[in-house]
Design a protein around this ligand. Structure first.
Ligand SMILES: Cc1cc2nc3c(=O)[nH]c(=O)nc-3n(C[C@H](O)[C@H](O)[C@H](O)COP(=O)(O)OP(=O)(O)OC[C@H]3O[C@@H](n4cnc5c(N)ncnc54)[C@H](O)[C@@H]3O)c2cc1C
Length: 427
């Protein structure tokens, strides 16, 4: 296998959401040097969110999820490389460039390097994890296998009541399957939303016929003829299963960053310009641990975000940084999740809130949860409330507030409650 002519150009390792955006942004910013966008998956870069939603339900095909045609990359002189897993990367002594080597032996020389390596599902090492029918969901290949499994299944068990698990559970239930969600924590989606939103999801999924077990301890997976037949819990109960999906979070892919000696802390540590600790490499997307981008003061100092919006925004910043253009990541994070007919949109980061205001009645399945810190709106979970989401996101973006004592009044559109008072400084 021959090498590629990237000695004067940029090598982007990881060719999905963040990687594609980074390559496109480099071109939009006027970069004319070679760009190689390399990834290990067999597919052209594609969107992951529909994998647990429309794709599983058969509403869209895998082909329709690809971001861009091959012509698109060709026209922009972006060399798209698939099926090449980079296993080693080194920088030249003076830091001016370096070489990455794929498992196949193919070499990629670079002047500039970007890591957009994403994340992999956290594995749980229970007995029986290797049985056919037990799966994780990250890639299009995983999704195609899961879709096939669901088509022949009657009983589905989802281990983990996070967003992806609940999306799959909702889709399987809508298809008429018997679905059980096993969540180890006392509430659903506990890492991302308030108790109110968790409780809402618990009731909403139960109303739709999903069995949800909280504080569930999985002991092992049971099988016959190498195929899963059930999940045994710590108390000896067995939940029948033809398909088990494990969705218990992801682990950032940092193996190449480690080889480069970059600082790591739950991901690749980057600054607000997406620059790594060596002052040369950039990293973006699910693999990167960044300074809290929320413009609202307070909250945690650093975090790792797993969302399309973060991958896109951070990649734009990384591209500018590679070209030595001024850039700083300061935006309102947002996220969405579709579960059955429930559309959740989250604006901002709710960590560190000290007050919650409910806007609407959760049982109506159309309501919002507004989060405050020291009287300042910092985030909102909006369920089937797109106008609340737009208003909250806009308020956060412009450093405006929604007075907490008025926010619960659903007779007044949220956008009318957004005051022009700037965010409280220094709180
Ligand atoms: C099923 C599912 C549903 C989701 N739903 C939503 C949603 O509703 N809303 C939302 O905002 N986000 C959602 N997400 C999250 C979102 O898809 C991710 O945040 C986003 O894809 C992150 O982009 P990324 O480029 O950082 O990482 P990835 O998309 O993981 O891409 C990284 C790529 O790098 C490749 N790679 C890694 N290491 C190497 C190597 N050494 N050599 C070669 N290639 C390598 C990987 O194979 C992968 O293709 C969902 C994710 C999944 C899996």
């Amino acid at each position: 296998m021959t090498g590629t002519g990237t000695s004067a150009g940029t090598l982007i390792i990881g060719n999905c959401q963040a990687g594609v955006q980074l390559a496109c942004s480099l071109r939009e910013l006027g970069d004319t040097d070679p760009i190689v966008l390399v990834g290990e998956e067999p597919h052209a870069p594609y969107q992951r969110p529909p994998l647990s939603k429309a794709f599983l339900k058969g509403e869209v095909t895998a082909d329709s999820l690809t971001f861009r045609t091959h012509e698109f990359y060709r026209e922009r002189n972006i060399e798209l490389v698939t099926r090449e897993r980079i296993v080693s990367v080194t920088r030249d002594g003076d830091g001016s460039g370096g070489t990455a080597v794929a498992e196949s032996g193919r070499r990629f020389e670079f002047a500039r390097l970007a890591l957009t390596t994403g994340a992999v599902p956290r594995q749980i090492p229970f007995d029986g994890s290797e049985l056919e029918g037990v799966s994780y969901l990250r890639t299009a290949t995983d999704a195609a296998q899961l879709q096939q499994g669901l088509a022949a299944a009657r009983n589905v068990v989802v281990v983990g009541g996070g967003f992806i698990g609940l999306e799959v559970a909702a889709g399987a239930r809508a298809a008429g399957l018997t679905v059980t969600v096993l969540e180890a924590a006392p509430r659903l989606v506990g890492r991302a939303v308030s108790e109110q939103t968790s409780e809402f999801y618990l009731q909403a999924h139960r109303r739709r016929g999903i069995r949800v077990v909280l504080n569930a301890q999985v002991a092992r997976f049971l099988g016959e003829h190498d195929r899963v037949t059930g999940v045994e819990l710590g108390d000896g109960t067995v939940v029948p299963a033809d398909v088990v999906l494990i969705g218990v979070g992801v682990i950032p892919r940092t193996e190449l960053a480690e080889q480069l000696g970059l600082a790591l802390d739950n991901g690749i540590v980057v600054d607000g310009t997406a620059l790594c600790s060596d002052g040369l490499t950039v990293a973006a997307g699910d693999c990167a641990n960044l300074p809290n981008p929320s413009i609202t003061p307070g909250g945690v100092a650093r975090l790792r975000l797993e969302s399309v919006q973060n991958a896109v925004e951070q990649a734009k910043i990384a591209a500018a940084t590679l070209l030595s253009l001024p850039a700083a990541y300061s935006t309102v994070p947002w996220f969405w999740s579709d579960q059955a007919d429930l559309k959740l949109q989250i604006a901002g980061l709710s960590g560190g809130h000290d007050q919650i205001v409910l806007r609407g009645e959760p049982d109506s399945e159309t309501f919002s949860v507004l989060y405050y810190r020291a009287g300042q709106l910092i985030a909102a979970d909006c369920i089937n409330k797109p106008l609340d989401f737009i208003a909250a996101r806009g308020a956060l973006h412009h450093g405006q507030n929604v007075p907490a004592d008025l926010a619960g009044d659903v007779t007044i559109p949220l956008k009318k409650l957004v005051s022009a008072v700037p965010a409280l400084a220094g709180k």
